[in-house]
Design a protein around this ligand. Structure first.
Ligand code: ADP
Ligand code: MG
Length: 237
């Protein structure tokens, strides 16, 4: 049909056209979001709802828009979580708890500036460290946090950093204030599930150490009930 020369030329034209179109789109994007260009370099993590930027000694956490949510709800939720995380960070700071110090927050830009905790995620080093010691420390910290009426809401080893041999907690966007035994037990249950899924070869001994560190019979008894409910639900399915 076409000589190889013509198809070859068409291919080059099409390619050129597509590249120019992409260039125009990228230029428009960065023009409307100049901050993105400035910050792109420091992007260290992008989770389901926030982008994290490394600014040297500080970390900037920015909750981005979720297009699938109704705009009004999205703004409210991001504002709420930004404020909540900032509030919990400053409360923990007052207690001298190992978590990032709050530097500033802006609930219009949905941003939090906090201290950078330099070190690996506990998730990446648990197997190769003294896991019993780390898990006991985790339990002691969860207990301290719960005693101060703070429930983390997302206790996983991805939300813990090991700095100079000490465990630090991060990511307080889903945390809340409660003194209820049930909320404390559910927080521990989530940690147990996270250990089981991410550290399946050592999770049992790990969680036993968490409970030793936590050291509260009352909450432990409730945890057994919470887990019993979970198994019951699982069986019925
Ligand atoms: N204060 C901090 N210091 C060092 N690294 C951090 C800090 N906060 C977050 N990070 C890094 O960014 C990642 C995502 O941050 P996180 O607050 O857990 O947000 P997400 O809600 O996306 O999980 C963390 O797993 C960690 O690697
Ligand atoms: Mg996280």
């Amino acid at each position: 049909m076409f000589s190889p020369e013509i198809t070859g030329k068409r291919f080059i034209y099409k390619g050129f056209y597509m590249l120019s179109a992409m260039g125009v789109l990228l230029a428009q994007y960065f023009n409307s979001n100049p901050q993105h260009l400035r910050r792109m370099k420091g992007l260290i993590a992008q989770g389901a709802e926030a982008k994290l930027y490394d600014k040297g000694d500080e970390i900037l956490k920015e909750r981005f828009e979720k297009k699938y949510r109704l705009e009004e709800i999205d703004v409210k939720l991001r504002k709420f979580r930004t404020r909540r995380e900032a509030k919990v960070l400053s409360r923990l700071q007052e207690m001298g708890f190992p978590s990032p110090k709050l530097i500033s927050f802006d609930d219009k830009k949905m941003e939090i500036e906090m201290e950078k905790i330099d070190g690996p995620l506990v998730k990446d080093v648990l197997e190769s460290s003294d896991c019993k010691k780390l898990c006991k420390e985790m339990g002691v910290l969860v207990r301290r946090m719960h005693d101060a009426g703070i429930i983390h809401g997302d206790l996983t080893t991805s939300n813990m950093i090991l700095k100079e041999g000490k465990v630090f907690f991060i990511d307080f966007g889903l945390s809340f204030f409660s003194e209820k035994v049930e909320d404390k037990a559910v927080d521990l249950h989530l940690l147990r599930e996270a250990l089981e899924s991410k550290h399946h070869t050592i999770w049992k001994e790990c969680f036993a150490e968490v409970l030793k560190g936590y050291n509260d019979r009352n909450v432990e008894a409730r945890l057994e009930k919470v887990e019993g409910r979970g198994r019951y639900k699982g069986k019925k399915k």
